[in-house]
Ligand binder design. Structure first.
Ligand SMILES: C=CC1=C(C)c2cc3[nH]c(cc4nc(cc5[nH]c(cc1n2)c(C)c5CCC(=O)O)C(CCC(=O)O)=C4C)c(C)c3C=C
Ligand SMILES: [Fe+2]
Ligand SMILES: [Fe+2]
Length: 341
């Protein structure tokens, strides 16, 4: 096989035609053992995600982790599966975001979406944009806060997909946007809308972010600083004091220390302090997924109620709301201006 891939199927790309590539993490194709195992194997073999030497990690992954975890995760995925679309919420919302952005930008600016792990692959999404005549691609990893385990590996996969192209597009990657005004406005609106619907007034709005191993932060991953930037801006927009919107970290994986405080013990300790009514927002996720709907919406809710909590509300992620598309469109249009002639 030739080293270089085929030329784009559209032989002459249109000079200056820009395509937008939305990237997200990835998700299994169904909730069965095989599909979840395939997804976890690809995800947890990424050395950006698990930095331990493969000589040590791969036997553990192939042995105990991939024997046990697909069953447990498959049950969790089944609880939150979108039965209308027969897909996981992360896939449903990422696709909806891409379609809504396409409608906003019009057919002259093609939009495609891809997943770092699983399908549709980043490479298929790049092919799609090039087939639609793009000679420039703006890549937007859908992570408001930077982490090497998410943003950087999404970009890695994007660059990998370009490696073998004979006719390579010009590229632009959009950086994290932890306190971009459009993003903070969208979060502010989502909190105000949800609170207006609630039959109670939460004493705390916990801001729960996906966690990260401490070691990665010590080595220079500035994810917690980006999370802080988001919350400082959001508290200001909502006129909240620090203690009214505490920051916590969820989704710990494995035995090592992760960034603290951990969401579950933090929330479970609140009823003993007289805090029995809470809401939870998860601003690290642009779309609802297993981590928000099951770990927080199901598991944390039960844990909090069992610890003496009385009221618990989940603030949905931005998903395919008008505000979410405003954020994505603003970022894309700002990036396109950098290429304006
Ligand atoms: C060492 C393991 C993990 C690191 C580091 C990690 C970082 C990280 N992840 C997200 C966003 C998401 N993670 C999701 C699921 C998920 N994450 C891990 C492990 C690590 N994540 C696992 C094993 C899983 C799979 C679910 C499970 O088996 O429990 C998801 C949801 C995917 C879905 O299909 O719904 C997202 C989104 C961030 C933002 C992050 C670092 C900051
Ligand atoms: Fe994760
Ligand atoms: Fe989780």
């Amino acid at each position: 096989m030739a080293f270089f891939h085929r030329a784009p199927r559209t032989p002459v790309p249109q000079e200056g035609r820009t395509g937008i590539l939305l990237l997200n993490l990835g998700t299994p194709d169904d909730t069965g053992y095989r599909a979840v195992r395939r997804y976890l194997k690809e995800f947890l073999s990424d050395r950006r995600v698990i930095e331990a030497s493969p000589l040590i990690w791969q036997p553990i992954l192939q042995g105990v982790v991939l024997s046990v975890r697909p069953f447990r995760s498959g049950e969790a995925y089944a609880r939150i599966w979108d039965k209308t679309h027969n897909a996981s919420p992360l896939r449903v919302y990422t696709r909806a975001q891409a379609e809504a952005l396409q409608t906003r930008l019009g057919t002259e600016t093609p939009v495609a979406w891809g997943m770092r792990y699983g399908r549709p692959s980043v490479s298929d999404a790049v092919d799609e944009l090039m087939d639609r005549g793009c000679d420039r691609i703006i890549c937007l990893p859908l992570y408001p806060q930077y982490s090497a385990t998410t943003t950087a590996t999404a970009n890695d996969q994007f660059f990998r997909s370009l490696m073998k192209l004979r006719r390579q597009p010009a590229v632009h990657t959009i950086p994290s946007f932890p306190d971009h005004p459009a993003y903070i406005k969208a979060l502010e609106n989502s909190v105000r809308d949800r609170l207006a619907d609630l039959p109670f007034r939460p004493q705390r709005i916990i801001a729960s972010f996906h966690g990260l191993p401490e070691q990665y932060v010590e080595a220079g991953d500035y994810y917690p600083q980006d999370c802080e930037r988001t919350i400082v801006a959001l508290r200001k927009a909502l006129d909240l004091r620090d203690e009214q919107m505490p920051v916590t970290y969820q989704s710990r994986f494995g035995p090592t220390e992760w960034v603290k405080p951990y969401t579950a013990p933090f929330a479970e300790a609140l009823p003993a302090q007289g805090i029995t009514r809470i809401a939870v927002i998860m601003p690290g996720f642009m779309a609802d997924c297993i981590e928000t709907l099951d770990e927080i919406g199901n598991e944390l809710r039960h844990a909090f109620m069992n610890a003496g909590g009385e009221e618990f509300a989940l603030i949905p992620c931005l998903n395919d709301s008008k505000d979410a598309i405003d954020v994505i469109e603003t970022l894309a249009v700002q990036a396109m201006k950098g290429w304006a002639t």
